[in-house]
Every structure is written in C-alpha cells, then in structure tokens.
Design a protein around this ligand. Structure first.
Ligand code: 5AD
Ligand code: SF4
Length: 333
C-alpha cells in the first residue's frame, strides 16, 4: 500500500494501480478516499462551490437508451421555459448570491441559437454570474456564437470512452463526434467538463480505465460522475443501478488524476446513496449543484426516477446543503 500511496501523491498511478484500486475493499478503500480528500484539500482548498442549476427544457432529439428524456419516451410531458422566464429567474438567482447559473436541457433545436445568444448576453450584462451551458452536441459555429455572447463553461459528459460501449448505450452518434465536440469547446476557450455514469449497462472495468485515461489526457476543468439509475420508460428497464461504493472510489481516483478539477457530488449520487452529498464531499468532491428549476417543471426533467431535488423546495434544499457543507468542516461560495 505504501508504494500505491506515494504514486497517488506523485500522480504516477499506472493502469495496474488503477484496476487494483477499483477493487479495493474496506480498509484500502478508506485509504483511497482519504487520499482523494487530502489532494482536494491541497489543490482546491476547503471551498465547496454551489452552482445554481436550471433545467430549461426537457425536449430532446436524441434517444440515449439510459435516459428518461429520450425522444421515444412518449410518457413524458415536454416543456420549454420561455426565454424571459429564464432571464427573470437568472436575475433572482444573482440576487440570492449564486455565483454560477448552469442552464441544462435535452439536445434539441427548441431555442433559436441567436435568441439564446441574446439571453446569454443579457445575463452576463446584468448579473455577476458565470454562465455554464449543458445543451448537448452543437456545431463549432454555435459553440463559438455562445462563447462570444459571454458563456464561460460547457458541460458535455463523454458518457464512455469505449466506442462499442458508446454505440451500445446510444445506438446513434459516435464517440468520435462526442470527443470532437469536447475538443472544440476547449479550443474556443470554454472551461470544459466531461464525465460518465458508473454502472451503466454493459460497462466493464477496462472501459472505466479508458475513461480515466481520457480524463488524464483531456485535462477537463470539470468532471461529472454519478451512478447510473434505472428508468422504467427506457430500453434499459429492469437493469441494475450503478454501485455507490465503486462510484466513490472512482471520484477519489479522478481527484487524484486531475488534482484541481471542479468535481460535483452529483444529484444522482445523492438520490441513490445514503448521505450521497456528504460521502462525495469526503472523497474529493468540491461542487454541489442546487436545482433552481421552477416547481412546475421540476418533476418533468426526469432523466432518472426519484431525483433528490424534486420532492423538496429549492430554498429548503439550499439551506440544507449549506448546513451540510458547514457540518463537513468546509465553507461555500
Ligand atoms: N442515470 C444516471 N445518470 C443519467 N444521465 C442520463 N440518464 C441517466 C440515468 N438514467 C446522465 C448522463 C447525462 C447527464 C445529463 O445525466 O450522463 O450526460
Ligand atoms: Fe437527451 Fe441528454 Fe437524455 Fe441523451 S442524456 S436522451 S441527449 S437529455
């Protein structure tokens, strides 16, 4: 173990070390978690960054086999927040001291790209928030338009770094196009985030190794990782949920590999894991996203069932999360 610990601090883990770490049980896993936490402390400090998430539309043109928003799911009522409603909400969030607004939606043409650029400009002009987008794969030109309008960051999970697994999970689109989009975003100056689900159907340890090696090479500014959660209105109905213990080990490894990436304790982790946020913060995470989607839409953004944020009111969640952060001996921004 001593050799492993040194390699973690020197950021010299090789593939064999990573595979071994993924199968750590109790005591060794605890050592891994503590290293993840320590490296977080050294490279990121104690601040937990609170982001305000707004799920602006659940309309989606893609058909990812794991996701409840997939276009073939006709059991879901679709919505699109009017641009003015998003703008008013952004002003309110700015007043409530959110430092970042994350606008997320399914991948679609629901919004005109120029109207959306105007929305980004207005938010940047009239608030002091950073703007993060999570709207799927778009052309280089569209990414450029939104960057010029003032967008700061973009989240686009790569989902898996094995091209056969990518095909299996999506049936359409390619890993190559996905990775190309990520490099386009970085080239345009976005702070870029990738990520994947733990325990998606057919995932193998060797694929996770590929994911981690990609993260090492790509050097994302943000990495989103959560367990896969089964949704009954998808082709993966009846599949098993991802394993929380494995998710936590991967979070620590990502912290060790990236050093200072923004890494959220995800809603998925909090939705299936007991004390998911707390556990995430203890193994290397330094971000929590608070769902600010208006109540009337919230339940309709059902990527997976029983999302933690749906049953509770936004202000209650914010209050609870701030208390939890303080209780973990950390501070927030
Ligand atoms: N369980 C967990 N995460 C999911 N996502 C989509 N569907 C699910 C699910 N059933 C994740 C994907 C996507 C992000 C927005 O949510 O990784 O990129
Ligand atoms: Fe659409 Fe994203 Fe869900 Fe895929 S994961 S179906 S792109 S919302």
């Amino acid at each position: 173990m001593k050799d492993f610990i040194n390699k973690c601090y020197e950021n010299k883990l090789n593939n064999d070390d990573i595979v071994k770490a993924l199968s750590f049980e109790e005591d060794n896993a605890k050592i891994l978690f503590d290293i993840g936490n320590k490296i977080r402390e050294i490279y990121c400090g104690d601040t937990v960054h609170i982001r305000g998430l707004v799920e602006i539309s659940n309309i989606c043109g893609r058909n990812c086999k794991y996701c409840g928003l997939r276009r073939d799911n006709s059991n879901l009522k679709r919505y699109k927040m009017p641009i003015e409603e998003i703008y008013d909400l952004a002003l309110k969030m700015d007043q409530e001291n959110y430092k970042t607004i994350v606008m997320q939606s399914g991948e679609s043409e629901a919004y005109n790209k120029y109207d959306f650029a105007d929305l980004i400009k207005s938010i940047k002009k009239n608030t002091s928030m950073k703007v993060t987008l999570s709207l799927g794969e778009k052309s280089f030109e569209t990414y450029e338009l939104w960057k010029r309008a003032g967008a700061d960051r973009y989240l686009l999970r790569h989902e898996t770094c094995d091209s056969d697994h990518y095909k299996y999970l999506h049936n359409e689109g390619t890993l190559e196009e996905r990775i190309k989009s990520l490099y386009n975003l970085s080239k345009l100056g976005y702070e870029t985030g990738c990520g994947f689900m733990v325990g998606s159907p057919n995932q193998k340890i060797e694929y996770i190794l590929k994911d981690l090696n990609f993260i090492k090479e790509f050097k994302p500014k943000m990495v989103g990782i959560g367990p896969y959660i089964m949704h009954k209105d998808t082709p993966f109905a009846g599949e098993k949920n991802g394993n929380i213990f494995l998710t936590l080990k991967i979070l620590s490894l990502v912290r060790i590999i990236t050093r200072n990436a923004y890494m959220p304790a995800t809603t998925a982790l909090a939705s299936v894991g007991e004390n998911g946020y707390r556990e995430g913060l203890k193994v290397g995470c330094n971000v929590i996203m608070v769902n600010n989607t208006p109540e009337k839409y919230k339940a309709l953004y059902e990527i997976y069932p029983n999302k933690k944020c749906v049953s509770e009111n936004t202000n209650t969640i914010l209050h609870e999360i701030k208390n939890l952060i303080k209780d973990c001996g950390r501070n927030y921004l």
